[in-house]
Design a protein around this ligand. Sequence first.
Ligand SMILES: Nc1ncnc2c1ncn2[C@@H]1O[C@H](COP(=O)(O)OP(=O)(O)O)[C@@H](O)[C@H]1O
Ligand SMILES: [Mg+2]
Length: 315
Amino acid sequence: MSLKVKNLNISKGTVELVVSGEVHCNRGERVAVVGESGSGKSLTALSVLKLLPESLKVSGEITVDGKEVLKLKGEELRRFRWEKVAMVFQDPSSSLNPLMTVGEQVEEALIFHGFRGTEKELKERVVELFKLAQIPEPEKRINAYPHHLSGGLKQRVAIAMALACNPGYLIADEPTTALDVTVQKRILELLTELSQKNRMGVLLITHDMGVVEEFAQKVFVMYSGYTVEEGKKEEILKSPLHPYTEGLIASSPKLTGRPKRRLPAIPGNVPEPQERPPGCPFHPRCKKAEEICRREVPPTLEVEGRRVRCFFPNY
Ligand SMILES: Nc1ncnc2c1ncn2[C@@H]1O[C@H](COP(=O)(O)OP(=O)(O)O)[C@@H](O)[C@H]1O
Ligand SMILES: [Mg+2]
């Protein structure tokens, strides 16, 4: 049972926003997709739920527990979202309705997804979900409006709502980016616990190698529309194969213990998709780049069970 994305390509007209995306997450596993802003992480996440705007063309293989996502539609697609794969976004306010109490919103989600039971059972289920998301005083908190709650609590409500249908997978797109460091840590601990308790695969999208270190078991590194490296967290952090991964680690204050400067190890920015250079998209920022890197897109090499898209990986 797993969530798999292979050869994912997302285009708008002639511009490839994602050129070749790969992700793999088993039930009960914690996987991170990491890369700077503009790498294609969110588009990749949205494609798994078939939530991309109509104007974008998607191809590739996306399967969840064997089901082909790109073929889903109508009622089957509606059930697939939330019941198989649920999503939590960066800004919890945007997924909560300011005019309803948070309890009512979770009740509504439960009813929408087929909860059959009395008023009392419904309320009990909401309290149970709030407890699961470790919201203190759940009986009281269900009556709060979103603006009564801190950012961290709102994110817990969004997580409680995502758990309503007991999904096999949870995709969280930068869920802690808006939160301060201690709250961030507790949310990551909560996701880890839920992953274990519910045997849920958690796919966490982040630009922060510190978050990867804290949370993930497996890592996919994205750069300018390509998955450039994948491997186990320990391997990736200890011996990154791709110069980009190496740069991300070197620029993470949490991992190096040095205060953050602007990506000291990687000068420059992720190119806009319409301005992606020929060859390896990372070559203009890469200290190891040679002639071939400017000319050809590197293939993905398999190195001792690890995968890297680079002509001159570190080994
Ligand atoms: N609907 C869209 N139309 C055109 N370009 C888009 C659209 N959505 C995203 N993009 C572009 O695709 C690239 C990848 O976006 P995104 O997946 O949001 O990156 P990330 O989440 O890694 O920051 C960015 O350059 C972004 O501007
Ligand atoms: Mg994003």
